[in-house]
Design a protein around this ligand. Structure first.
Ligand SMILES: O=P(O)(O)OC[C@@H](O)[C@@H](O)c1c[nH]c2ccccc12
Length: 266
């Protein structure tokens, strides 16, 4: 696939998002349950934590419908908390991932852990939503944004007191992220143009990131042993979705990942 040809699934998602943004702008944002809450400074939080596991609430994906029977986002979040998650990522995209902003707000009522709004953010109004529904962090995906848009969204996120997690997949994405001043970077092992996952992507791209940045590895982690090379290299954390959501016992699965993290400390 040519570099700039966007995957048809991704272009459908982006089209849906433009439409959602238009609807939101027309309707306005009236329900703002957490508008007075002070968000957590996630970069400071990371400095005092060791390697963190960010556990993701992910009902489905464009490639796989419903990862678990009887999906209950609150139950899952409780399992993650008991299993030792240091932050929770909540996918809020509704059509392809079957997520919801409601899940985000509901989870905020049961925990003080940092929460990430995971969506395809194209417009500042989505950052206002994230803040209103209890998020601390917002994912900004470098691949789908121009440098100008990334810059505007990055500044807006900071202005609202939230932390931008800028997601990159390759050097071109990274160059954009660094040019807007990103200091918290997520390397997605999944190429959003081909949808293929390669764990080596994180390890390779890490080398190109200046040491002032804190780096999180994202996607495709199923085996606890896979965290060892990340910890050794100096990653600050990992984002895990599918393997936890699919697990019979997500709390136990998370504990297995945690054991590798705790073991690496000694
Ligand atoms: O389910 P996985 O392979 O553990 O991956 C989680 C997370 O990295 C993935 O859901 C993700 C990373 N970047 C995204 C952007 C949009 C939607 C989803 C994502």
């Amino acid at each position: 696939m040519e570099k700039h040809k966007i995957n048809p699934v991704l272009s459908s998602i982006l089209l849906e998002k433009y439409y959602e943004v238009l609807k939101r702008k027309e309707r306005g944002l009236y329900f703002r349950p957490f508008k007075d809450r002070t968000p957590i400074d996630f970069e400071k939080y990371l400095e005092k934590e060791g390697f963190v596991i960010i556990a993701e609430i992910k009902k489905a994906s464009p490639l796989k419908d419903n990862f678990r029977e009887n999906f209950n986002p609150l139950e899952l979040a409780k399992n993650y908390i008991k299993g030792g998650a240091k932050a929770i990522s909540v996918i809020t995209e509704e059509i392809f991932f079957r997520g919801s902003l409601e899940y985000l707000a509901a989870i905020r009522t049961i925990t003080d852990l940092p929460l990430l709004r995971k969506d395809f953010v194209l417009d500042p109004i989505q950052i206002e939503e994230a803040r209103a529904f209890g998020a601390d962090l917002v994912l900004l995906i470098s691949t789908i944004l121009t440098k100008e848009d990334l810059n505007e969204l990055f500044k807006h996120t900071k202005k609202l007191g939230l932390t931008p997690l800028v997601e990159v997949h390759d050097e071109e994405d990274l160059e954009k992220a660094l040019s807007v001043g990103a200091t918290l970077i997520g390397i997605n092992n999944r190429n959003l143009r081909t949808l293929k996952v390669d764990q080596n992507q994180s390890l390779a791209l890490f080398e190109k990131i200046p040491s002032r940045c804190q780096v999180i590895a994202e996607s495709g982690y199923h085996n606890p042993e896979d965290l060892k090379p990340l910890i050794k290299k100096g990653f600050k954390g990992v984002l895990i979705g599918t393997s936890l959501v699919k697990a019979k016992n997500p709390e136990k699965k998370l504990r297995a990942f945690r054991e590798v993290v705790d073991g690496a400390k000694t």
